[in-house]
Write a new protein. Structure first.
Length: 199
């Protein structure tokens, strides 16, 4: 209830003070809500940036490194010449990479006249590649876990292209969940039966 001042006029100062208090409380509530939204947004952005950093790091480091590529030479009666009937890739983990599961990988074979996408199977044929152990520290085949692990990826060139002839070029792209590595190969100018050759 308003009181009269010394001149007999009513004072509204009490009502103005209550209005100011209400406005102040409303401002504090709005600021608190805004602060909550900003904190949630900052947390979301931080988790996203960490996830992006982890994925980017994996794309750089989680790669299959091909140590060597060898071809098995045999005589093809159909072509009347020596051909490479199997291509063997010796692979290991790249530096700083995590575990690499080759069972979920695909291999893209390009050339000389055909392109195929191969998945892992029990044996190498026209649609599948096989993985064999050379050195398997923790009995983890087909997952590359240790830096010392060495696996052999077997590709059936006869089933894919009918065999690779002299001076033919082909490309193998190994695609894992972290990314892809591309390797270009050439068959030497001369092939002799029963020999393994470097490609």
């Amino acid at each position: 209830m308003n009181e009269n001042d010394t001149n007999g006029r009513r004072s509204d100062r009490g009502q103005v003070g209550i209005g100011t208090l209400i406005v102040f409380i409303a401002m504090v509530l709005v600021a608190a809500i805004a602060a909550g939204v900003l904190i949630n947004t900052a947390g979301f952005l931080q988790s996203k940036s960490e996830q992006t950093g982890t994925e980017s790091s994996a794309q750089v480091t989680d790669r299959v490194h091909v140590v060597s590529t060898m071809g098995n030479v045999t005589f093809s009666g159909a072509k009347g010449s020596h051909v490479v009937d199997y291509v063997n890739l010796t692979v290991m983990k790249g530096s700083g990479s995590g575990d690499i599961n080759l069972s979920t990988a695909t291999i893209e074979w390009l050339g000389p006249d055909d392109g195929r996408i191969l998945t892992m199977g029990d044996s190498a044929n026209g649609t599948q590649f096989a993985v064999e152990e050379i050195r398997d520290e923790g009995d983890s085949l087909p997952v590359l876990v240790s830096k010392k692990d060495r696996f052999r990826i077997v590709l059936n060139a006869s089933a894919i292209t009918g065999g690779l002839e002299e001076r033919q070029d082909f490309t193998i792209k190994i695609v894992t969940s972290a990314g892809a590595m591309t390797y270009h190969h050439s068959v030497p100018e001369t092939l002799s039966d029963g020999h393994a050759i470097a490609l």
